[in-house]
Every structure is written in structure tokens, then in C-alpha cells.
Design a protein around this ligand. Sequence first.
Ligand code: TPP
Ligand code: MG
Length: 322
Amino acid sequence: MSLTKEKMLEAYATMKKIRLFEEKVAELFAEGKLPGFVHLYAGEEAIATGVCAHLSERDYITSTHRGHGHCIAKGVDINSMMAEVYGKVTGACKGKGGSMHIADVDKGMLGANGIVGAGGPLACGSALMAKTLGTDQVTVCFFGDGAAEQGTMHEAMNLACCWSLPVVFVCENNGYAESTPWGYHCAAKNISDRGVAYDMPGVTVDGTDFFAIYEAAEEAIGRARRGEGASLIECRGFRYYGHFEGDAMLYVTEEEKKRNRARDPIENFKKRAQERELLSAKQIAETDAKVAAIIEEAVKYAEESAWPDSKEVFTDVYVNYP
Ligand SMILES: Cc1ncc(C[n+]2csc(CCOP(=O)(O)OP(=O)(O)O)c2C)c(N)n1
Ligand SMILES: [Mg+2]
């Protein structure tokens, strides 16, 4: 494994940024400050962080409606993310996308996406571009357990394997599609077993274990970069918040919530990193303070930013009317 102490610290900071960003967004949403829906990623931090640790700005990711964690792990500016969630003109998409459509193509973040299962075909597109141009850029496609049952995902996996495209499919199996439990909507025992159908490697890992995810992603991304084709990684975890903010989560028992809390990805990362003397308590405390300041600054930036001018309503959109 290629984990250095620097990478560990970076990974910790990224996971913490995701957690605090989401906690702040939940708070702001409850105060009625944010227009539109938000779907929070807290609990799944180890997945985006463990995977994106192997990517550079030149690589691409496609995302989901639950995209804040993917954006942060791929290096999208936190101020521009917060401003986008507020709908302000300084947002990553000038305030027109909101939480569910944050994109930053310069950072290789091809967009959060309100259409479940839409990231698969997009990932094939950017991977085909890289293959055609002969670059070593890799595309990672994040998708949920619900999205795994969409035809688009099966078509994308088949296409990626037929054309040996540099794609890594990362299924974030958080156990639910909205309120439908995974066991109810999926006939397979493991989503990763579907790799067999397309002749690509598939593995299931603990979606709360940064180290397991980092290792599986290192192998799959290396394979894609060497031109050896696509892979599938299924990460089993949970989300702390409801499907969207406002969802009372009545379909998850208190017992299950308690079990989840005991598997907290950030707490487990801290414990293991300290046991192996790869991170000190001092580094952790310093990082926590730094990250908290970054999030506070992002809120200030968003609140002080202007709303988009009404004249902008027809710019950067596909349809000009009239
Ligand atoms: C094509 C499509 N069908 C249905 C929906 C409504 N919808 C939004 S999120 C969601 C569940 C997605 O579950 P999953 O893929 O497991 O992602 P998670 O929310 O658990 O991260 C559904 C059905 C949609 N947005 N797009
Ligand atoms: Mg899900």
C-alpha cells in the first residue's frame, strides 16, 4: 500500500471536511437558509476519500444526487460549493445548479446528478475520450445501490468492458434506495458479483474502512491506468442522515442506527492511525480546528455573496427562451 504519513493526514482532513460540511448544511437547511433539496453524505466519507486519494486533477469522477463528499474529495473549492448550495452567483455553477448539480470540470468533477444511474454513461464518455487520445486518465463512477438496479448502469458496465475503458465503478451500498432496503430491491447477494457478467474484477469492501477502500481502489485504478480495463468495487456502509433533509428515517430502527454509530469511519480511521503511530493527537486536533475554520469561512463567503442577476437566467443553459 502506498500510504505515507502525509497522505494519511490529507485523508483525515478530507474526511473531516466532508463531515463538517454536511453537518453545517444540515443546520443551515433546518434554518431555512438553503433553497432546494439536500442529500447528505455523512457516514460515507471513507469511500470518496479512499478512492479519490489515487486520482489527480486530470482524472474524472461522475457523481450522484449525494455528491458533496465526491466534490470535496476531488478537490472542488469549498467556498464555491457552499455558495452553490446557497444559490449564490459565486457558486461553482453560478448558483444555477444547487446541491444536486455541483460540477467543476477543471477539477475533473463532472457533476453531481439528480438522475439516478446517469453517471455510468457519462463515465464511459470521459473514459472513451481518454482512451481515444491515448492518455492515462481514469474515470471513477460513483453510484448507489439503488442506481445499481438501473438499466443505464448495466449498459455502462457492459460498454466499458466491451471497449476496455479506463473506468472504475464504485457502488456506494448504503443499504437503502430512498426508504427501500437493499435486500428488497436487489436479487444478488453482492453487487460486486455482477462483475462476472461483464468479465471484470469485482470486490466488496467495508465502506466504513478507509484502508480497505484505499487498497481496493489502488488496485482497480492502477489497472485502469495501465489500460487493462474496468473494475467494480462495492462499498458496504450507511448514511447518517435521511435520504434527503426532512426525511424522518422511520425505516431505520434505533438498533441499526446504534450499530452504524459504532462503525463511524472517521473515528475508526483515527483509532487505527493513532495505534500505528501514523497520526498524533496533536495533528488531529490541529486539523479539526483548521477544518472547522474552513467551513465557517465558506458559510461567511456564501452569505456575503450576491444572488445571480435576473438577466443571467438564460445564460449557460441549453434553451434560450424566447
Ligand atoms: C431515474 C431516476 N429514478 C428515480 C429517481 C428518484 N430517486 C432519487 S434518489 C433515489 C434513490 C437512490 O438510491 P441509491 O442509488 O441507493 O443512492 P443513495 O440515495 O442511497 O445514495 C431515487 C429513487 C431519480 N432521481 N432518478
Ligand atoms: Mg443507497
